[in-house]
Design a protein around this ligand. Sequence first.
Ligand code: G6P
Length: 588
Amino acid sequence: MCGIFGYIGKKSTAAQIVFAGIKSLEYRGYDSWGVAVVPITNSKVVVKKRIGKIGTASVSDLPPGNIAIGHTRWATHGGVTEMNAHPHTDCLQSIALIHNGIIENYAQLKKELIKSNHKFISETDTEVATHLIEELSKTHEFALSVRMSFKQMTGLNAFIALNAHNQELIAIRNGSPLVIGFGEQENFIASDAPALLPLTHDVYFLKDDEMAVVTMSEVNIYDAANGKFKKIQPQRLDWKKTDASRGKFSYFMLKEIHEQPEIINTLVNQSSISTDQLADRIKKSYGTYLVGCGSSAYVSLAGTYLFSKIANKHINWAPASEFAYHLDFLTAKSLVIALSQSGETMDTLEAIKAAKNSGAQIGALLNVLGSTLYRESHYQLLIGAGIEKAVASTKAVTATLAQLVLLAYTLSDNKKIGQKILIQSVTSIQKLFNNVNNIKNIAHQLKNAHHIYIIGRGLSYPTALETALKIKEISYIHAEGFAAGELKHGVIALIEKGTPCIAYVPNDETYGANLAGAMEMKARGGNIIGISHKSHEIFDEYLEVQDAEEATIIPNIVVGQLLAYFLALEKNLDPDMPRNLAKSVTVK
Ligand code: G6P
């Protein structure tokens, strides 16, 4: 949550560089935004803040300067107001601070600072940190004051502090991500690596309890606990610059949906030792768990069906936020595989930290090399989806599913079959793209619906959950996905004449039972939208999805993505930035 960006360097357009940075990070939070710059002419910080999305705003009115920081906010402490937007400044306007996280003991710290005559103008915890640094820097060198303040604060946080006098940026973290970007006589800090791509590909992912002192010509990393210098090696990102732009598409979400065939093709053609190693580890472990949050939770659930069907392997599942309540079962022989696009989701990280403490081995399927999850796990399998910018996950979901299909087939010594059916799934997705008008028409019909019910069995159960999530996230229509067999145990009470009911009826062992569920809904007046390889008389509307065996889950999920996308457009909503949501949830 919250996008953070900092610049220090030879260019005097620091405010504009930072502004472009936070614009590209806006998917992390978009309640309000702000930029602070130190003008060339003096050392008093100048700040511009606004509420709402950045939209067509600009910072051309900010003065030239070589050092600036900026922030897009996802409010935690204090409502969405200009006062509460970041950056926050100290009493003398010579320190500015941006923050991601929650300072749990802020009230107590604030009380002490008020006693020392610090004036507060916002309701935020961040402003408390700013004044704490100010107070300590009266008697200590700036970087040390930041480090000392950080130690006094409880909670999981990431900060960039700007020191206008010495022209330096201090980045420090123990929870939310921060990435340092290295340039020529200029350096950058961002909360996500994609924001750095237009500027540099040389990065260092700051670890928990590390502090970076960043000037125009140098980046020095220290242990935040004891101040000891740490020698580090930057890494080079191989992402393409074009990944970070919308290209010919009107929204990132549509662009990312369309990237899916290429991503899956690439995965299929890669021979990955990591897949073999993780498969081998699954074979040896006593008890394997798949965990994740949001869409990644539903992909984890799908994984349990894939491993059972393809590899005869029982795998447990839990949403990462619930995993803490399964820890009693873990031993050193257990394997916990976390699924996370960003590799930074707090609940997922907490789950694997707890699992590690129980001695379990950690595997990860993830999209971001160098992310916290990447570093914290013993086995990493990258999904190669490239930068995903739309808040609602699409290509990362199907890329993770494709990796799970490959992993399950590798486990059963039939990798080639996995590759074959994934190629079939690509053909099936392409066919959907060619017939996209069918999905658009259904979105048009459903745009005024208040509730949509979605059923499926087996692999189509997590598919139904994921489709419902996509619809909720970006069209704000209440959608409920559930196991078709559960229909008669409750939800059927809600079906009445005209209720939209989506039934996933793929060509697998669930075909007949799924049709029976659709019939039960139809008998109560439900308007049945059948998603299947072949039409059936009970469908009021029919969307064809060409069969790809177990990998049919992939095109089936793509139907849900497109439906949600077109529903958002029908309702004049921005599918890339749904209300109240953030791309990577780095708070608990
Ligand atoms: C947020 C996003 C979801 C995503 C979830 C998990 O809630 O809005 O789209 O599925 O986080 O993210 P992860 O990066 O861990 O897969």
